[in-house]
Design a protein around this ligand. Structure first.
Ligand code: DX5
Ligand code: ZN
Length: 215
């Protein structure tokens, strides 16, 4: 069974409660925090997460596309994040930051931009709870899936099996009903999906179908 994490960035913000009602059967709620510095877009931050945490029963999967994430992770954890993904390209002291996240019993994920190779994780793999493989350039919902970036899922799965690691593999960007079977086949455990869920006429069906995918 695959896990689904709908990305709220693709939702209709004028009807957020209605949008949340569509994704009750999902496994997480993916929240894309962007600062206009690490990525060329600005989205939302603490106030929205605080509000969501009050009403939302799904665990919050917070994807930080911000420079200097160590400055802010504690506040995201205080507000109820269950997963925090930080970009390897944005953090100098990654090991220290992961240890800090894990000390709060929050899952520490490391995200990779499409150009960042799997071997850049070599020394940090034993310390992380998951890897978030970006299959688009981070910044926007509704972009086209980059097949070459998805190959990293396969590489990570091979390393995981060889070395007996238990980290999860999440994939984010352009995942839809066409690309989902491939990434699951490659070894992805968590599928982040924005447009494919919130811009579908049948979001519940999309979630069910993706949850049912097996390798
Ligand atoms: C991209 C974000 C994604 C995005 C996914 O920068 O990290 O989470 O919202 O949206 P889709 O699934 O539409 O590509
Ligand atoms: Zn994301």
């Amino acid at each position: 069974m695959s896990k689904v994490s709908p990305s709220i960035l693709a939702a209709n913000f004028m009807n957020l409660q209605q949008e949340l009602d569509k994704i009750k059967r999902a496994d997480y709620l993916h929240i894309d925090v962007m600062d206009g510095h690490f990525v060329p877009n600005i989205t939302f931050g603490f106030p929205l997460i605080e509000a969501l945490n009050k009403v939302e029963t799904l665990p919050l999967d917070v994807h930080l596309m911000i420079s200097d994430p160590s400055k802010y992770v504690d506040r995201f954890m205080d507000l109820g994040a269950s997963i925090i993904a930080v970009h390897i390209e944005a953090e100098i002291h990654l090991h220290r930051l992961l240890e800090r996240i894990k000390s709060r019993e929050v899952k520490a994920f490391v995200a990779l931009n499409p150009h960042t190779p799997v071997n850049s994780l070599e020394s940090i793999l034993p310390f992380l709870d998951g890897v978030l493989v970006m299959t688009v350039n981070p910044g926007f919902t509704g972009q086209k899936f980059i097949p070459l970036a998805a190959e990293k899922i396969r590489q990570l799965d091979t390393i995981r099996q060889k070395k007996g690691f238990e980290f999860e593999i999440a994939v984010d960007g352009g995942v839809n009903l066409n690309t989902a079977p491939t990434v699951v086949e490659y070894g992805a455990d968590i599928l982040v999906m924005g447009a494919a869920i919130f811009r579908s006429d049948f979001p519940e069906k999309v979630i069910e179908e993706v949850k049912g995918l097996k390798r």
